[in-house]
Write a protein that binds this ligand. Structure first.
Ligand code: MG
Length: 260
């Protein structure tokens, strides 16, 4: 009897996991810092995430920093309107407001918003700390723990420039899908370290286009940034990259066939 119940539980788990993962759009479009440009929205705002969802992007990317009191917040730069995030408390950051009236989003609020839909993945970039490698590792670990706490694993893939932070994230959850941004590791090195893929700058891939095929052979995903020119988009599509990160999701949408 116990065996049967266990099997049923296992089947339910796999069915749910498969459903959640197959529900996402498949059009390679990753909106860089959300979809903000066409409508003049603040980058990394909840509004820019909603717009990426509305457009039907496969993923919406955003950047994560940790405040002095270890609150993970979503912002691109090291400073939020002149306040250095890493040495400010979350409370202090609330004294400023984004141009559309939002406060700086917490990672929890961002993920919670993203989980209200099932078409667009959440591409979480955790930033390397300017205060040292140990803090970069802490940000990687806490990002993964926050995702686990909210049950957001099916939505989230990670990217990072911090190799050590990436390794820490993978150690925290061996199933975490972490792609590396910095360009100084070969596909084989990434595979051996447990990374999910690479997300490399277009200038590097123009020099090393064979890395795309190598990564595919190794079962790694491939992504490139920040692709705003149509000729770069077409070149990457010809090479069969998995994802293209762009400030111009509307433009890329005219070039890719959507599977959903
Ligand atoms: Mg980013």
């Amino acid at each position: 009897m116990q065996k049967i119940i266990f099997s049923l539980l296992l089947m339910t788990f796999f069915t749910q996991t498969t459903l959640a993962q197959s529900a996402f759009h498949q059009n390679k479009i990753i909106a860089h810092r959300g979809a903000w440009k066409a409508n003049g929205l603040p980058q990394n705002s909840i509004a820019s995430l909603r717009e990426a969802v509305r457009l039907g992007c496969e993923g919406s990317e955003f950047d994560v920093w940790m405040t002095a009191d270890e609150v993970l917040v979503v912002n691109h730069d090291h400073d939020f309107q002149g306040m250095d995030i890493e040495i400010s408390t979350y409370e202090q950051l609330l004294s400023k407001t984004l141009p559309n009236g939002e406060k700086i989003p917490t990672l929890k609020a961002y993920l919670t918003e993203g989980m209200t839909q099932k078409g667009t993945k959440l591409i979480l970039e955790f930033k390397p700390s300017q205060l040292g490698v140990a803090r970069s590792e802490r940000v990687g670990e806490l990002s993964v723990r926050t995702v686990q706490e909210l049950g957001a694993q099916a939505w989230v893939e990670y990217i990072t420039f911090s190799y050590e932070g990436g390794v820490k994230a993978i150690a925290t959850d061996p199933k975490a899908k972490v792609a590396y941004l910095n360009g100084d590791k070969t596909p084989l090195e990434l595979k051996e370290a447990g990374f999910f893929g690479f997300d490399y700058h277009i200038s590097l891939l123009r020099r090393m286009p064979q890395w795309i095929a190598e990564a595919k052979t190794l079962g790694l995903t491939t992504n490139s940034w920040t692709i705003n020119k149509e000729e770069d988009m077409s070149w990457l599509l010809e090479l069969g990259v998995d994802f293209i990160t762009t400030d111009e999701p509307e433009k890329l949408a005219t070039l890719v066939p959507s599977k959903k």
